[in-house]
Design a protein around this ligand. Structure first.
Ligand code: HEC
Length: 166
C-alpha cells in the first residue's frame, strides 16, 4: 500500500514541480494596465531601420548593371582586406592559387571556377557581387549573402578583380 502511494507521489512530483515553477511572477491580463490605441506615444523608428539604399533587399532587387561598389576596388587596403576574407570564405573551393582547385567542391558540377580566367575577370563587379551573394542559378556557387556582410563581399570582389593584374 505504502509503495503504491510512494509511486503515485513520485509520478506526481514533476507535475507539482512544474506548477510551482511556472506559477512565478508574470502579469495577468486583469492586473496589467490596459492601453488603448494611440494612448501612448508612437514608437519612433530609428533612421536607417528600413533601408532604401544599399540594404540587402535593395541589392537583391537591383540588376547587376545598376549595382555600384561603395568601396574603391583599386584601393590597396581594400584589396588587402579582401585577400584575407578570401582565405576565410572562398579558398576551400577556389584554391590557394585561385585556380578553382580547392579541397572542397571537386565533385561539383560545374566545378569551382578559375578566378583568374577571362570569363571571371571580364565579369562586371556588380555581377560578381550578385553571384557571390545570391549564387548562380543552376550552378553550385553558394549564396553567401547571409554569411558575409555587404562591405566584406565588396572587398572580396576587389581582391578577385585584382587577380587580373598579376
Ligand atoms: C562550396 C564551394 C564554393 C565556395 C565556398 C565559393 N565558391 Fe565560387 N564557385 C563555386 C563553384 C562550384 C562555381 C562554379 C560555377 C557555378 O556555380 O555555376 C563557382 C563560381 C564562382 C565564380 C564564377 C562565376 C562564373 O562567372 O562562372 C566566381 C566569381 C566565384 N565563384 C567567386 C567566389 C568567391 C569570391 C567566393 C568567396 C566569397 C566563392 N566563390 C566561394 C564554388 C564555391
Amino acid at each position: 500500500m505504502m509503495r503504491t502511494k510512494n509511486r503515485i507521489l513520485h509520478r506526481l512530483l514533476p507535475i507539482i514541480a512544474l506548477f510551482t515553477l511556472t506559477s512565478c511572477e508574470y502579469g495577468r491580463m486583469w492586473e496589467t494596465p490596459a492601453v488603448r490605441p494611440h494612448e501612448e506615444p508612437m514608437i519612433v523608428v530609428e533612421e536607417g531601420s528600413v533601408p532604401f539604399s544599399g540594404g540587402e533587399a535593395v541589392y537583391k532587387a537591383m540588376s547587376a548593371e545598376e549595382i555600384e561598389s561603395p568601396v574603391s576596388l583599386n584601393d590597396p587596403t581594400v584589396i588587402a582586406e579582401g585577400t584575407y576574407l578570401y582565405s576565410l570564405y572562398c579558398v576551400h573551393c577556389h584554391g590557394r592559387n585561385h585556380d578553382g582547385f580547392g579541397t572542397v567542391g571537386q565533385s561539383f558540377v560545374p566545378q569551382p571556377q578559375d578566378l583568374r580566367s577571362e570569363k571571371v575577370q571580364t565579369t562586371a563587379p556588380g555581377a560578381m557581387f550578385k553571384e557571390i551573394s545570391y549564387g548562380i542559378p543552376g550552378g553550385r556557387q553558394p549564396p553567401l549573402a547571409t554569411t558575409i556582410e555587404v562591405m566584406e563581399r565588396w572587398k572580396i570582389v576587389a581582391f578577385v578583380k585584382s587577380l587580373e593584374n598579376r
